[in-house]
Design a protein around this ligand. Structure first.
Ligand code: GLA
Length: 381
């Protein structure tokens, strides 16, 4: 029996018994541990799963919202530190927060006025962002308790999360069955595979809303992080952050991240788009044809040397630099999250696609399978 087979059997047995599994020293500290994380207001039990790879990298995910609570990454000295914003306890998430680490759905980002027409029928969604629908509505996937199952696979430690969204939930048509698989590999990658099926045509746009600070969560702002995005164009927005429909060249604008540039270098420029977003809060049109898994963006933090690369099958990425953080969230270890203390790279289809026939389609139909993958890879240089 190979080491991998032995580990898989031990893991299966221990997870069924509901206890933690840790591998022997032969594979470092590789394993999955499950612990109770509290209860929702309506009494549902919530768990926290911690995946650890052979290098000691840890990713903790709660079944509440599929939220990435903790993610550690190596610096130049190979010190792993937590680089995502979040809370130590479930209560922090239940009290309300700006989607820290969450799975976002059914529709990541905005749908204008919470309305769209599909196959001749108009649908009205719950609105929760002024007159617009944002990130799935009032009770989006970030607030659901997901079913979870851990496993050791050839690719690494996996946590499979499932949820069902009822026909009509938040105004969306069709019963949607969703599966999200988090895989932590021994190459210090967090891979996220999203799949879904529906029994009626519906828009869908799933993403993860982790806020990163590669210097370590709670260490200040991210303006010195150097960002590269493989995008010649972005989707400019109106004052309500709804794309106008234009695909605008980044050339000669503060949105040109084709060469690594500090996020803070041009953020105060006199630019209407930056004013609308209160900084960067925009969808970038990735330079790709088709839906292969390709490098979309990378971030380098010069003090620690930490690098994060983002690969995706998606056509776009929302770069949001924490413009709405205002110190009101007290996070892990008592750290206060102030203005621009974290940044998100939300891989996605473009915002408001159901109302923009020229954008790539977000409509999933019965008999089809929605399938996207995003990988966040960490190393130092
Ligand atoms: C996304 C949106 C932002 C904001 C955050 C959550 O990134 O584009 O405008 O809503 O989520 O605060």
């Amino acid at each position: 029996m190979t080491h991998w087979q032995k580990s898989a059997i031990t893991l299966a047995a221990t997870l069924v018994l509901g206890v933690s599994f840790m591998c022997s020293s032969a594979c470092g500290s590789e394993g999955i541990a499950r612990e109770p994380f509290g209860h929702t207001a309506d009494g549902k039990a919530v768990d926290l799963y911690t995946l650890t790879n052979a290098n000691g990298m840890e990713v903790a995910v709660t079944t509440y919202g599929g939220i990435v609570v903790k993610l550690t990454a190596p610096d130049r000295q190979d010190n792993y530190a937590d680089v995502v914003l979040g809370f130590d306890k479930l209560e922090g998430y239940l009290a309300g927060h700006p989607y820290f680490g969450a799975i976002v759905g059914r529709y990541g980002n905005r749908i204008a006025k919470g309305k769209f027409t599909l196959d001749g029928k108009q649908y009205t969604l719950a609105t929760n962002n002024g007159e617009n629908a944002l990130h799935g509505g009032l009770v989006g996937f970030d607030k659901k308790v997901w079913r979870a199952r851990g496993a050791l696979t050839r690719e690494g430690m996996t946590l499979t999360l499932n949820c069902v969204s009822a026909d009509g939930e938040e105004g969306y048509p069709g019963k949607l069955e969703v599966k999200v698989v988090y895989t932590l590999t021994n190459d210090d990658e967090l891979k996220i595979d999203y799949t879904a099926t529906t029994d009626k045509a519906t828009p869908i746009n799933l993403t993860n809303h982790s806020y990163f600070n590669l210097a370590g969560q709670g260490t200040g702002d991210i303006l010195g992080h150097e960002l590269t995005i493989d995008a010649d164009r972005f989707t400019p927005v109106d004052a309500g952050l709804i794309p106008t429909g234009e695909l605008r060249p980044v050339e000669g604008t503060p949105f040109d991240f084709r060469k690594g540039t500090a996020i803070g270098a041009r953020i105060e420029a006199d630019d209407e788009q930056l004013k609308f977003g209160g900084g960067y809060d925009h969808n970038f049109v990735l330079n790709k044809k088709g839906n292969d898994l390709t490098l979309a963006a990378s971030v380098y933090e010069p003090k620690t040397g930490r690098v994060m690369e983002v690969y995706t099958t998606e056509p776009g990425v929302q770069f949001y630099c924490g413009n709405f953080l205002d110190g009101s969230n007290v996070g892990k270890g008592g750290k206060v999250y102030n203005f621009r203390n974290g940044m998100c790279l939300e891989t996605q289809h473009f915002p408001n696609s159901p109302n923009q026939p020229d954008f790539p389609s977000t409509i999933l139909r019965p008999g089809e399978e929605y399938r996207t993958t995003t990988v966040y890879k960490f190393f130092a240089k």
